[in-house]
Design a protein around this ligand. Structure first.
Ligand code: ADP
Ligand code: MG
Length: 141
């Protein structure tokens, strides 16, 4: 599905709708340029999944893990040039029993677990973003 959102709040609401379809173990890739709204999308999904803490960009760490009825992981692989087994050992726990959102998934290469859905955000103008959500299954969105 593809929609154009007109505000960060609208992007968050769309993310919340996707979140309602996810089960423990789900991995969602979130792609797009800097400032396209990836972290905003993850924030909306995390809130909907019961995360109460502020959800901020994990740019200076590889990821955050938030407690919630099903824990939520938020990874940002921007700084990774590639993953070797040692790096994967650091990343793997984020996927254990969580619903995980991964920014810059392309930097994770073949190490990333199979994704339940792929989200791509594109700038339209200052307040509008095209959001595309792809999945092998019908998400009913
Ligand atoms: P990224 O993680 O992709 O770098 P962020 O989510 O951190 O992006 O930042 C997106 C910025 O764009 C925020 O300042 C947000 O308020 C703004 N923005 C404006 N319109 C939208 C929209 N429709 N959807 C999402 N973010 C938007
Ligand atoms: Mg971000």
């Amino acid at each position: 599905m593809q929609v154009v959102t007109e505000s960060p709040q609208e992007t968050e609401r769309l993310a919340a709708r996707l979140a309602a379809r996810l089960r423990p173990g789900a991995v969602v890739s979130v792609s797009g340029d800097l400032g396209s709204g990836k972290t905003t999308f993850v924030r909306g999904a995390a809130r909907a999944l019961g995360v109460r803490e502020p959800v901020s960009s994990p740019t200076f760490t590889i990821g955050h893990r938030y407690e919630a009825p099903v824990p939520v992981a938020h990874l940002d692989l921007y700084r990774l040039a590639g993953i070797d087994p040692e790096e994967w050992a650091d990343l793997e726990p984020y996927f254990d029993g969580t619903i995980a959102f991964v920014e810059w998934p392309e930097h994770g290469g073949e190490w990333l677990p199979a994704t339940r859905a792929g989200v791509t955000l594109t700038h339209v103008d200052e307040k509008r973003r095209q959001v595309s959500i792809e999945s092998g299954d019908d998400l009913g969105l």
